[in-house]
Design a binder for this molecule. Structure first.
Ligand SMILES: NC(=O)c1ccc[n+]([C@@H]2O[C@H](COP(=O)([O-])OP(=O)(O)OC[C@H]3O[C@@H](n4cnc5c(N)ncnc54)[C@H](OP(=O)(O)O)[C@@H]3O)[C@@H](O)[C@H]2O)c1
Length: 352
């Protein structure tokens, strides 16, 4: 059900001034989408919300713009009509005429769909995209960039990995040369579950904590079996290391393979267990990647990570070796990363 409201001012069809705010359409109004709307309300310069799209709760287009912190209520409020079918992307983009499509719908680790098609539809129209969804970037990064090079659209995705660290922009600006090896802890939910066992509590308490924080995937198997980490690992391999990995190409072992007794024993010995991602480009040029529970020893830069915090260690061909660690993570950080991506686009930042 479209609840589009016709524009009454000069928002559509009139030449925009250089200072006009970018028009945003948001796909996904769940945990992260809602946090994004709050963050956008606090940062109006990042853009003007003109559309809100969900999977099963209809969509709303207000071409003159709407208040981000009231948009969900407007769409989902009592008495609103509900559409059951999938949203018609092209019709919504025609109606809303956005400059930026912001996407945070559930990830599909097998195909990246329907997010990948949504991003392609936008980029092919010259609409910039900001996404928090890993798999479409893991699977479609080069294709999306190619399409964007034809239409002028840019693709930004800082919220996909270690939210709170502007990782991709930083790496692009650092001019660090080819990346040879990457190690990281990329999934907060599995870290909270493993830490819960380390501290003598249960896995289910750790998972409940992650769910209460809004950082668990809709299906927590994606977190605990390493799928979410594998999607992020494939993304890093493909974006930084010219890999061509699908998510299923990442060798994956979940948290459940490690017994509680082994985790507690490791904790007593001063070690930490985390789901560790590793990516390496071999001498044959092939990029190989894995995700598995591993033991972190004091002295390892990743050992410093507590709770759901993540981090990454990078080695380059030029011999650089550095680590970046989160000091805060969660919905608010991911939402801020998306707002910063919108701001970067509004400021005319090139493809990172
Ligand atoms: N939560 C986090 O901390 C976090 C951090 C970084 C990245 N992410 C990523 O962000 C994405 C969303 O996570 P979340 O926790 O916000 O999920 P969520 O709470 O399950 O919300 C998903 C939202 O997407 C909507 N949706 C589903 N299919 C859609 C479609 N085809 N078109 C438009 N909207 C659609 C849903 O609408 P209906 O309810 O009507 O179906 C819902 O509003 C995931 O890809 C996740 O990996 C999340």
């Amino acid at each position: 059900v479209s609840k589009g409201i016709a524009a009454t001012s000069d928002a559509i069809g009139q030449p925009r001034t250089a200072t006009a705010r970018k028009r945003l359409v948001l796909f996904g109004a769940g945990s992260l989408g809602s946090a994004f709307l709050q963050a956008l309300a606090a940062t109006p310069s990042a853009g003007q919300l003109v559309g809100l799209v969900t999977g099963h709760h209809g969509h709303l287009v207000v071409r003159d713009g709407m208040e981000p912190d009231q948009a969900s209520e407007q769409l989902l409020g009592a008495g609103s009509e509900r559409s059951e079918g999938p949203p018609d992307i092209n019709a919504i983009l025609d109606e809303a005429a956005p400059d930026i499509l912001v996407e945070c719908i559930p990830q599909n680790v097998r195909s990246g769909e329907p997010a990948l098609s949504i991003l392609r539809a936008a980029v092919d129209r010259g609409i910039h995209v900001v996404t928090a969804n890993k798999t479409p970037i893991a699977m479609g990064y080069r294709d999306l960039c190619y399409r964007g090079s034809k239409t002028g659209a840019t693709i930004r995705f800082e919220a996909t990995l270690l939210d709170g660290l502007p990782l991709f922009a930083w790496m692009a600006a650092a001019g660090r040369g080819p990346v040879r090896r990457v190690r990281g802890v990329f999934n907060g939910t599995s870290s909270l579950v493993l830490e819960s066992v380390e501290s003598g509590s249960t896995r289910s308490r750790g998972l409940a904590r992650a769910q209460a924080m809004g950082i668990a995937e809709f299906d927590p198997v994606l977190d605990l079996d390493g799928w979410d980490s594998a999607a992020k690992t494939a993304l890093v391999a493909n974006v930084w290391m010219s890999g061509s990995l699908r998510v299923i190409d990442v060798v994956r072992t979940g948290c459940d393979t490690l017994k509680d007794s082994r985790i507690i024993e490791a904790a007593k010995a001063g070690q930490r267990v985390r789901l560790i991602s590793e990516i390496e480009r071999g001498a044959d040029g092939r990029v190989r990647a894995s995700v598995e529970p591993g033991f972190l020893l004091p002295g390892d830069p990743l050992y410093a990570l507590h709770g759901g915090l993540g981090g990454i260690s990078v080695e380059t061909d030029a011999g650089l070796h550095f680590s970046l660690l989160q000091h805060a993570s969660g919905l608010d950080e991911a939402a801020k990363a998306m707002v910063l991506d919108c701001q970067a686009i509004a400021e005319g930042a090139p493809q990172a």
